[in-house]
Design a protein around this ligand. Structure first.
Ligand SMILES: Cc1ncc(COP(=O)(O)O)c(C=O)c1O
Length: 426
């Protein structure tokens, strides 16, 4: 091969590689701020808020409640998932707007708080508590709140737990309402149809201190399954046929005439829309879809609006990104990735949350995360000064909502209320 043409080929190949490199160079994701978040920022500033704060947009929350209720078929009850909406005022607001007093509760401290503050609410446990935690509930229940305990549906997942709860009921001198957890495909425990279920239902029937209230079958695995080849549809039908089998076991044990008053609980935010009639479930539980953290950005929840945000002030703002020990890479970094053109350090950080405004902000993997002053980088159009607010969307509401003190309630351009959250509990 002649020398010249070989050189051309090498240059050509290098050119192609160069083009590829240029094509894979990140583009600048920064841009103008969203007027929605600028209004939120004005409201926070006007309210004198200057610490990391969980904000709920009340108009969007209301729209989400109405969306949820409008999707429920006739006769379908709604149960509020307390752990996903961990504030008494928030739960009360949702209860009033949706017209429900049913709660799903997940731990002993919250159970005590809700028994004290909402004694008339029907509380279905969302997970089975160790019997010692149930015992603690009774120890902490003030005599004046004793009636609230009659509105609890304790969750039973094994024959052993049924026996333990019967013993505790005898010891505290009460009758316990018990709901039976069934495994409809999630495989997180609970009964499958079969002899254990049958004998446990018979045990409950024979017991003088237990009353059967129904079933709870949760199926959040469904939306994660592929739709190809009818995979998801088959799993959904399998879940429902398991539920049907459990119901027919109960009808055999308690009699068909006793089935009418049962709680047939199913679903959560990701799946509540699957229930278009009350043949299987007669109530659905949901919480997260009312505030819509990012993990709930799914097709089925598309009509729900993001209604909760973490707002935090910028502490420091710089027009470059400098990494300790790697200062010499600053120029190169910026050349390669325009999204490192600017840096802010925010008040707090390291939450289970994703930055949403100003646009294009990202954590810096090399600098690392911080709960004190977290670094965020942005492109050339990032325009934010110290004391202005960066906004995040929580990835989940459970646990995250408890990290900021009172929720700031935003409505019509102003912070109109503060809703205290539950004490951190597990
Ligand atoms: C038993 C049960 N039901 C329902 C839910 C749904 O809660 P959310 O609507 O907040 O996802 C959960 C969430 O963990 C759950 O464990």
């Amino acid at each position: 091969m002649p020398e010249l043409s070989r050189r051309h080929m090498v240059l050509g190949a290098a050119g192609l590689v160069g083009l590829g490199v240029v094509a894979s160079r990140p583009s600048d994701r920064s841009g103008a701020r969203d007027p929605y978040f600028l209004s939120l920022q004005n409201a926070l500033t006007a309210a004198g808020i200057a610490t990391p704060t969980l904000v709920i947009d009340r108009a969007r929350l209301n729209a989400n409640i109405d969306t949820l209720m409008s999707h429920l078929p006739d006769g379908m009850g709604y149960r509020i998932v307390a752990k996903s909406l961990p504030s008494l005022d928030l739960i009360a607001h949702i209860g009033a707007r949706s017209g429900t007093d049913r709660l799903m509760t997940f731990n002993q401290p919250m159970l005590n708080t809700l028994s004290a503050m909402m004694p008339a609410a029907d509380q279905l446990m969302g997970k089975p508590l160790p019997v010692a935690a149930a015992k603690r509930y009774f120890q902490e229940l003030a005599p004046a709140q004793a009636q609230a305990a009659d509105n609890v549906q304790w969750l039973i997942d094994t024959p052993a737990r049924a026996r333990q709860y019967a013993e505790l009921a005898g010891a505290v001198g009460r009758t316990f309402r018990v709901n039976v957890e069934i495994d409809v495909g999630l495989h997180r425990g609970g009964f499958a149809p079969g002899p254990d279920l049958q004998s446990t239902l018979e045990f409950i029937k024979e017991s003088k201190v237990l009353t059967f209230t129904g079933f709870m079958g949760y199926e959040p695995h469904l939306p994660g399954l592929p739709t190809a080849f009818g995979w998801r549809e088959r799993a959904k039908n399998a879940a429902w046929s398991l539920y049907r089998e459990c119901l027919s076991s109960a009808a055999t044990v308690f009699g068909a005439d006793k089935m009418g008053g049962l709680t047939r609980n199913a679903a959560g935010s990701p799946t509540y829309r699957y229930y278009q009639d009350t043949e299987i479930a007669n109530e659905i539980s949901a919480g997260s879809c009312l505030v819509k953290p990012t993990h709930f950005d799914t097709d089925l929840l598309e009509p729900h609006l993001p209604a909760s945000f973490i707002a935090t002030p910028v502490i420091k703002s710089f027009d470059q990104t400098r990494i300790p020990g790697l200062e010499f890479t600053t120029g190169l970094q910026r050349l390669w990735n325009p999204n490192t053109a600017r840096t802010v350090f925010i008040y707090g950080g390291h939450w289970l949350a994703d930055p949403v405004d100003p646009p294009g902000l990202a954590f810096n993997a090399t600098f690392g995360r911080s709960s004190n002053q977290e670094m965020l980088n942005g492109g050339h159009e990032l325009d934010i000064s110290p004391d202005e607010f960066v906004f995040f969307r929580p990835q989940q509401s459970e646990a995250v909502f408890l990290q900021f003190g009172d929720i700031a309630v935003y409505d019509d351009g102003a912070i109109v209320d503060r809703w205290p959250v539950f004490e951190a509990s597990a």
